[in-house]
Structures are given as C-alpha cells and as structure tokens.
Design a protein around this ligand. Structure first.
Ligand SMILES: [Zn+2]
Length: 268
C-alpha cells in the first residue's frame, strides 16, 4: 500500500511514529500549523515554530526517507487576539518561498467569533496576494455546521480565490455536501473519539464516491492515531472497495490537490 498523510502534526509525535508510517507505506507527510496545546505569548514564538516546521521537522522526517511539507498560519484558537494575529500574519511572507511550504493553513474558525472571522479574512487575503493554496480547519461538534457556512462565505466573498485550490478539513456527514458543492476539496479526519471514525468516513465515501475527498489522521499531542489512514484503507478493502479505488482516495487524490503547488514532489 502507498498513501499520503496530508494532515499530521508531527512535531508532537515520536520517531517511532515516523518509522511506523513509512513501514505502512506513507510516501509524504504534510503538517499544517496549529495550536501547541497552550497559547504562545508572542509573535516570536510563532517565528520559532515556523522555523521548526520549515527546517527542523523536514530534517527529522528525512531520516526515515519521508518527504515533509507544511502549511503556515496562526490557528483559529489563538486568533482571538487580533493584534497578535496581525503580527504573526506579517511574519508569514518571508517563509512562503521556502521549498517545503505548500500554502496557508490550517486557518478557519474555532468558536466562530467576530475576531476569528476577521483573522480568517486576513489569511484568505494573504493567500490571494501570494497565490497560495488554502487548508481550512472547521470547528468541532455543535459549531461545525454554522462555522463551515461562515467559512465558505468568507472564501466565496474573495473573488481571487479559486475554489479548487481550497481544501476544507474535518468535514462530517452534515457538512461534506456543502463543501463539495462549492467546488472545494474536502478532508475527513479519522479520530478515535471525535470527528470521523473510519466507519463513518467510509460511509461518506460510499455516498460521495471519493472525488475531491481525502482522509487524514490529524495526529497531534492529543488522542489520535498516526496510522489511521492505512488502517482505514484496510477497512475499505474489507468493505469491498477495489485496491485501485482505495489508492485513489489515500494516494492519488492528495497528490492531485497538493500538486497544484509546484513545490510538492514525490521522489521517483
Ligand atoms: Zn490539525
């Protein structure tokens, strides 16, 4: 089996996880910027984090032969402080030309607050000005539908953004259709307790057919499973999906979306 892990917070994981992932057939891992589990106190903390994502973590992954890419932003959980967010957004352009940066993400909303929407708009503007791909985090649980609608409207209101260059992540049964109908890509996050379970993700794939959809583990410092994608691929086979159809979802789809950034290349 071969697969891409399009959303893994590897700075929080051990080298054992890298070894397990390459053993399971992982061909590349992509790491969106996110919350560290605590609020950073200054833009300097983000500067160091962006260096970690663009310099140190690719080197750590390379020891396991795994290409490592990243996305940059200030995540919605910390964007309630608009001044801090603006300082961090001002730092990002100097990193955008680095060889493993794929775009702006994971931006989005957490509590759907006014300040979060304001910072989301600034991120979308940053992506438009620098012609970057966008990766979006949608809020959890009861706020997800409302937050997803708000996010879709912010993106739609910026005419410079082409829908096919935006992936909306953490979709579930009640949000996936609106995302795909707008022409975006949708990501399903396979979590043991929240977001999508493997069974629910495969049900969604059964309904929507696996066009413009991908799956990720979103593994981080919390309860999450770095091998969730290959395990779900195994479950798809058990439920009658062909090897080719599984390959399309776990490998070809992420390659298609990510290759819109010319920097995304897999070793021959
Ligand atoms: Zn994430």
């Amino acid at each position: 089996m071969r697969y891409i892990e399009p959303h893994g917070h590897m700075v929080s994981r051990t080298t054992d996880d890298y070894l397990d992932m390459v053993t399971a057939g992982c061909a590349a891992v992509c790491e969106p910027a996110f919350w560290a589990g605590f609020d950073r106190s200054s833009a300097d903390g983000f500067h160091d984090y962006f260096c970690q994502l663009t310099e140190h973590e690719p080197r750590r992954a390379a020891r396991y032969g795994l290409p490592h890419y990243c996305w940059l932003c200030i995540n919605p959980k910390e964007s309630e402080d608009v001044k801090l967010a603006e300082d961090v957004i001002a730092l990002i352009p100097q990193f955008l030309d680095r060889p493993t940066v794929l775009g702006i993400g994971e931006i989005g909303l957490n509590k759907n607050s006014r300040n979060e929407v304001k910072v989301l708009e600034q991120h979308v503007d940053l992506a438009a000005r620098h012609d970057q791909l966008i990766l979006v985090h949608t809020p959890h649980l009861e706020d997800k539908l409302k937050g997803t609608r708000l996010i879709l409207d912010v993106i739609k209101s910026d005419s410079r953004i082409r829908p096919g260059r935006v992936l909306i992540d953490h979709v579930e049964e009640h949000t996936v259709k609106s995302v795909l109908d707008r022409g975006h890509w949708a990501g399903m996050t396979l979590y043991p307790i929240s977001k999508c379970t493997p069974a629910r993700a495969i049900d969604i794939l059964d309904v929507y057919g696996g066009e413009r959809l991908w799956m990720n583990s979103a593994c981080d410092w919390g309860e999450s499973v770095p091998l969730a994608v290959p395990r779900t691929a195994f479950e798809m086979r058990r439920r009658g999906w062909s090897a080719e159809a599984v390959d399309r979802v776990v490998f070809q789809n992420p390659v298609r979306f990510l290759s819109q950034c010319p920097k995304f290349k897999l070793p021959e």
